[in-house]
Design a protein around this ligand. Structure first.
Ligand code: FES
Length: 141
């Protein structure tokens, strides 16, 4: 299966790339299957994600899914961002080849990890809100 036009667009022209100054939360997750990793920065005001950026040291599918995921959570509430699944991101990109599904999990986990960091910085235990950040199931096959 070839990459969709949307995947190629977000891979060649990723949105919201780079480090953020004074973020409200930073998440970092790695993909044990390939060793790639991703850092996600959030700016939160009144429970709304007003800005988001990412740095992905990984494959094209990981870059495209991070780019799309940042577009999908920008301006949304934290609750909405936590509901974003890798499946929804893949659908927004018109799909990924099956061997690349595990790459999309990084973006979902990075958002959860950044939100968890945001709560931790405020002295709030993130686990009841964010839950355990699950390991990628596709990475165990
Ligand atoms: Fe590592 Fe895609 S191969 S994230």
């Amino acid at each position: 299966m070839a990459y969709s036009a949307k995947v190629m667009d977000h891979f060649s022209n990723p949105r919201n790339v780079g480090e953020m100054k004074d973020p409200s939360g930073v998440g970092e997750v790695g993909n044990p299957k390939c060793g790639d990793f991703m850092r996600m920065f959030l700016k939160v005001e009144n429970n709304i994600i007003t800005d988001v950026s990412f740095m992905t040291f990984g494959c094209g599918a990981a870059i495209a899914t991070s780019s799309m995921a940042t577009e999908m959570i920008k301006g949304k509430s934290i609750d909405d961002a936590l509901k974003l699944t890798n499946k929804a991101v893949m659908e927004a990109l018109d799909g990924l080849p099956p061997v690349k599904v595990h790459c999309s999990v990084l973006a979902e986990q990075a958002i959860k990890s950044a939100v968890a960091d945001y709560y931790r910085r405020q002295g709030i235990d993130p686990t009841p809100i964010v839950g355990e950040i699950p390991e990628c199931e596709a990475c165990h096959v």
